[in-house]
Write a protein that binds this ligand. Structure first.
Ligand code: CTP
Length: 446
C-alpha cells in the first residue's frame, strides 16, 4: 500500500466507492469549488477505503464555514439537517437514506482532560493533527480538480501497511481518554498491534483517574461500541489484560468462569440468530451481563449507574443475577417435565437473558444439559405466543370478586393451554368454573 503512486491511489480510492456515493461526492465537491472552499472526506471512511473495507459513514470537513456549506447541500438535495453550533458540525439525512456529517476543519483545545473540547477553525493539516491515531488522520480531497487526492501528513498509510495503531502525540489519551477504548477496538477489529510507545502511553493514562472523569454516557458509548464489534471476546480479554475492566466497577469479578462465559456468548448468539431470526438481540448487553455474571447485585447496580444505562438496558441487565442460576438448574434437569414449568421459569426474562442462560450452559460444556436447554428454549419461544381465550372480564362475568385470584386463575388457564391439557375456549370455561368453585370467594356461584 505504501508504494502506491498518487495517481493509482486516487483511482483506487475512487473505484472502491459505490457509484451512488461517488456521484454524490463529486457533486458536493463541485459545489465546494463554486463556494471557493476546500472539501475533504476524512477519518474512518478514508482509512477503510485504504483497507478495502466497507464503511459508508460519510464524514466530510470543510476548510471554511462547514455549517454554511452543510445548509447549502441540504437545500440542494432536500436533505434533513441538524446543526450542532457548539461543535461546528452538521448532520444531513438525504431522502434516499444516506447520511452525511459535515464539519469545519478545526483545532481543539481541552480546557480540562476528559471533557469535551472547545473548537476553533484551522487548516486541514491541523485538523488531522488533533485526531486519535495515524490511521484515522487521513483525508481525501473532493474538489473537482483534486478529487481523490489523499492527504496523509502523519504516516497513516505507513501504519496501515505495518498493521499498527499509533497515537499522533504523547498527550492524546490525556486529551481524550475514550481513545484508550478506541485503540483496543481498532486493534482487535483489524488484527493490528498497538505500537510500543502507544501501549506505554495507554498504560500510563489508564493508571491515572482520567477514565473516572469520563461522563457515564461517554464511557457507556465506548464499552457498548467495543461489545458491538464483530468479535468482542478478544477485545474484552484485552480490557482485562490492560486492567481496564476496573473502570466498570473496581470489584467486578473477572474470574475464569466469567472468561469462559464471555467466550461462550458468540456461540449462543449464533444459535439464537439461526433459531429465532425475528427476535433481535441487544448483543452488547449480553456481553455486559456475562462480564458481570459473578459480581454481586450491589456491584451490578453501581456499574449500571456508572455507565448511565437507559432504563430499558438496565432492566435487561438486572433480570440476570441469581435467578439465572436457578432457572438453568431446573431447565437442565429432566424432572422439569411440563412445558408450563419451563414457561414460568423463563417468562420474566428478556431475550438477552435467555441468550445468557444458553451461554452459561455452553461454557459448562455439558452436552446433555445443553441439548435439553435448547429444546426447552425452542418450546418456550413457541409457547409464549399462546394466549388464553378468556380474559379478566370473562372471570368477572362469571362472578369472581376483585382480587389476586384473577391472576392465579388466568395463569392456570394459560399453563393448561401450554401443556395441551385444554385446547378450546369451552375447555377453558369448564376449567375456569372448576377453579372458581374451589375459590372461597365464589361460593355464591352455582
Ligand atoms: N476521532 C478522534 N478522536 C476520537 C474520536 C474520533 O480523533 N476520540 C476522529 C478520528 O479521525 C475518526 C473520526 O474522528 O476517524 C470519526 O470518528 P468515529 O466515527 O467515531 O470513528 P471511525 O474512525 O469512523 O470509527 P468506526 O469505524 O468505528 O465508525
Amino acid at each position: 500500500m505504501c508504494a502506491m503512486r498518487n495517481q493509482s491511489l486516487r483511482a483506487h480510492l475512487t473505484q472502491r466507492l459505490p457509484k451512488k456515493i461517488l456521484r454524490l461526492l463529486r457533486q458536493v465537491g463541485a459545489l465546494a469549488d463554486k463556494q471557493g472552499v476546500a472539501l475533504y472526506l476524512v477519518g474512518g471512511v478514508v482509512r477503510d477505503l485504504l483497507l478495502k473495507r466497507e464503511n459508508w459513514d460519510l464524514d466530510l470537513t470543510v476548510e471554511g464555514d462547514g455549517i454554511a456549506f452543510a445548509r447549502l447541500v441540504a437545500d440542494r438535495y432536500r436533505a434533513g439537517l441538524a446543526v450542532f453550533e457548539r461543535f461546528a458540525t452538521a448532520r444531513l439525512a438525504f431522502p434516499d437514506g444516506l447520511k452525511m456529517d459535515i464539519a469545519t476543519t478545526r483545532r481543539e483545545s481541552y480546557a480540562q482532560p476528559a471533557l469535551l473540547p472547545t473548537v476553533q477553525p484551522a487548516s486541514i493539516e491541523e485538523d488531522l493533527s488533533r485526531r486519535d491515531f495515524t490511521i484515522n488522520a487521513v483525508a481525501m480531497q473532493l474538489n473537482s480538480l483534486q478529487f481523490g487526492r489523499l492527504l496523509d501528513p502523519y504516516g497513516g498509510q505507513r501504519d496501515l501497511g505495518a498493521r499498527m495503531i499509533r497515537v499522533l502525540h504523547a498527550g492524546s489519551f490525556q486529551d481524550d481518554p475514550t481513545r484508550i477504548f478506541r485503540a483496543i477496538r481498532f486493534e482487535q477489529r483489524f488484527g493490528f498491534r498497538l505500537e510500543r510507545a502507544t501501549v506505554r502511553l495507554l498504560a500510563q493514562a489508564a493508571a491515572t483517574n482520567l477514565i473516572q472523569q469520563l461522563s457515564g454516557p461517554r464511557l457507556k458509548n465506548e464499552i457498548l461500541l467495543l461489545c458491538a464489534e464483530h468479535d468482542p471476546v478478544r477485545a474484552i480479554a484485552r480490557l482485562g489484560q490492560l486492567k481496564l475492566l476496573r473502570f466498570l466497577h473496581r470489584r467486578l469479578c473477572y474470574t475464569k468462569n466469567v472468561k469462559r462465559m464471555v467466550a461462550a456468548v458468540p456461540k449462543a448468539l449464533v444459535w439464537w440468530a439461526r433459531r429465532f431470526p425475528d427476535s433481535a438481540i441487544d448483543r452488547p448487553i449480553v456481553y455486559l451481563m456475562a462480564l458481570s455474571s459473578e459480581s454481586g447485585p450491589a456491584v451490578v447496580a453501581t456499574m449500571i449507574r456508572r455507565l448511565a444505562l437507559s432504563r430499558e438496558q438496565a432492566k435487561r441487565v438486572n433480570t440476570g443475577g441469581r435467578r439465572v442460576d436457578y432457572a438453568l438448574k431446573r431447565l437442565t434437569d429432566k424432572g422439569t417435565a411440563r412445558p408450563s414449568q419451563a414457561y414460568r421459569l423463563l417468562a420474566d426474562f428478556s431475550d438477552e437473558v435467555l441468550v445468557l442462560l444458553l451461554a452459561k450452559q455452553v461454557s459448562k460444556q455439558q452436552r446433555v444439559g445443553l441439548n435439553l436447554l435448547k429444546r426447552r428454549l425452542v418450546a418456550y419461544m413457541k409457547n409464549r405466543t399462546i394466549k388464553t381465550a378468556l380474559t379478566g372480564r370473562d372471570l368477572q362475568a362469571m362472578g369472581l370478586e376483585p382480587g389476586p385470584e384473577y391472576k392465579t386463575i388466568l395463569e392456570k388457564l394459560l399453563d393448561a393451554r401450554i401443556d395441551g391439557i385444554i385446547t378450546t375456549e369451552a375447555d377453558e370455561r369448564a376449567l375456569a368454573y372448576r377453579l372458581l368453585k374451589k375459590s372461597i370467594l365464589v361460593d355464591r356461584i352455582s
